[in-house]
Design a protein around this ligand. Sequence first.
Ligand code: NDP
Length: 328
Amino acid sequence: MSIRIGILGYGNLGRGVECAVAANEDMELAAVFTRRDPSALKIATAGVPVVSVNEAEAWKDKIDVMILCGGSATDLPVQGPKYAKLFNIIDSFDTHARIPEHYAAVDKAAKESGHIGIISVGWDPGLFSLARVYSNAILPQGRDYTFWGRGVSQGHSDAIRRIKGVKDARQYTVPVPAALEAVRAGKNPELTTRQKHTRECFVVLEEGADAAYVENEIKTMPNYFADYDTTVTFISEEELQANHRGLPHGGSVIRTGTTGHAQENKHVIEFKLDLDSNPEFTTSVLIAYARAAYRLAKEGQTGCRTVLDIAPAYLCAQSGEELRAHLL
Ligand code: NDP
């Protein structure tokens, strides 16, 4: 029998889960849940019910794993514990500083209801976290670096869109090539925020907007842009649609370390991602962890987990025997 997947929230990740389920033979999409009017929501897969979140409880026994696709800022802190009471859940919560608190809330709800919740799944947090943990365990004498990009940061693009006079915007985070090279060469450089990444902004203005004002508002925005070398390019709406519609992303987690009696031998571990579509890749990771959640639940396990707690064999559709023969 296939693993019955539910999607809760139909944004970029919701649409990505749809594709990922279709690409995995052991899964089927049972239903899509939304807070909006379900009759007005058109989804890509024919024949799958679109249901109001208010009716989710009636689906308790018809869904094996519910993938929560809400935003990290305000949706997931509420949706995680709420839906862990009804379902095994997966989420992609990415507010790193608040993961311990989110973990505790999901753990409590999942233990009380007898479900499994795997939180903060994706690539960062997610696969990048695994890379950091593996390389720290292996090279205790060393140094960690994370570079993001070149890729679209949706948070930064949204921040630009909120400035008066801006119609639309895309912000790319770009690693500084010289910094990346120095780290890869094992030089262990001390890098400031400004030395690691630059920010490129492509902005469509409203008619009659003041370009100089907008550029200054972007470049001096605290937390988002003020600590970076930022370039602002004004473009037409057509150009934005033609050249900046996608959501590429990626980056590298690098640990440089030493071994030997005098720490004389140098090692570099790099885990690199180069993604055409951030949401489609992220949801491919979510689906692999949904398979793990299904298996853990079948074993009778309950409570919250992160990617760090899941053994790799639980992620693959292949049996242990097949994995040992072909992928070990
Ligand atoms: P979206 O903004 O596209 O969707 C979030 C929610 O907003 C949806 O679940 C949907 O809920 C609602 N929504 C979507 N479109 C509309 C619309 N047109 N009108 C009204 N409501 C809408 O977010 P993403 O899917 O891009 O990302 C979700 C989260 O995933 C992000 O906050 C990010 O933190 C996280 N993420 C994590 C990654 C990782 O590596 N761990 C990587 C990428 C993202 P509803 O249908 O109920 O209205």
